[in-house]
Design a protein. Structure first.
Length: 258
């Protein structure tokens, strides 16, 4: 019966349930995963010099918040998962900079903030769980001040890993042996996302890719895959990176016109 209810739930409800179930794993493991460390390093570099109010969408259990607060930012964190927010509140309780942080359940497609509320917005691993990105990008542009910055991280569909894995999954479907998956994350093509940002009034100013993993090495030998990823990590700034890095990171600025 529980499986029937889950299968019939809306996509957003499925994502909420998924991240409720992952909250404890994120608390225990996320910060130590090299895939996350790589993303964080680039994100913090792209946010360097940002001042004022920042909205972190998909803040999870507040993994990024201490670093963002240490930059001098005032941070509002939201997540679709109430359990993630509960874990975030536990983490930030007693933090010396907690007075500059607010946490709440929220939806990127319906942000509960006035126009031009934020100087910056960060969303790591959020857009791939939406059926379409247009509404979310419009909301991002709406709540940013003119000139405000947004940094997004998404799985890179053009990368070697996602191209080869998608081909494998398609082949299994053809022979009637589909892989069992949780609610599917939808990778983005970097240049397509860039165009969608532009259409929403957000001008790309920088891009990078990280997490140099390859299929099926990651699935067959996690340690070897991690070692190779670490060795290739310095490639994140190279022009070839968007074709090899499984994670795309883009920084854009809200233009004064729409």
């Amino acid at each position: 019966m529980a499986q029937t209810r889950t299968a019939s739930a809306s996509p957003k409800a499925q994502v909420e349930a998924l991240f409720d179930s992952l909250a404890l794993e994120y608390v225990r493991e996320r910060e130590r995963q090299f895939s996350f460390i790589s993303q964080k390093r680039i994100v913090m570099d792209l946010l360097r010099g940002t001042r004022g109010r920042l909205l972190e969408v998909g803040c999870g259990p507040a993994i990024m918040l201490p670093d963002l607060l240490a930059m001098g930012l005032e941070v509002q964190g939201i997540d679709v998962s109430a359990e993630m927010i509960r874990r975030a509140e536990q983490r930030m309780k007693g933090h010396p900079l907690a007075a500059r942080c607010r946490l709440a359940v929220g939806d990127i497609e319906r942000l509960d903030f006035a126009d031009g509320s934020f100087d910056a917005l960060l969303a790591m691993g959020v857009l791939e769980y939406l059926t379409t990105r247009a509404a979310a990008l419009r909301e991002i542009a709406r709540v940013l001040k003119p000139g405000g910055q947004v940094v997004l991280t998404v799985p890179n569909r053009a990368s070697a890993y996602h191209v080869s894995r998608a081909a494998y999954v398609a082949a299994r479907r053809l022979v009637g042996r589909p892989r069992r998956t949780v609610y599917p994350a939808l990778p983005c093509v970097p240049w397509q996302l860039d165009r969608e940002l532009h259409a929403a009034g957000l001008r790309k100013v920088a891009g990078a890719a990280c997490n140099f993993i390859f299929f099926p090495l990651k699935e067959l030998h996690e340690r070897a895959s991690d070692a190779l990823n670490r060795a290739l990590a310095p490639m994140w700034k190279l022009p070839i990176a968007p074709f090899l890095g499984a994670q795309y990171i883009v920084k854009a600025q809200k233009t004064a016109w729409r």
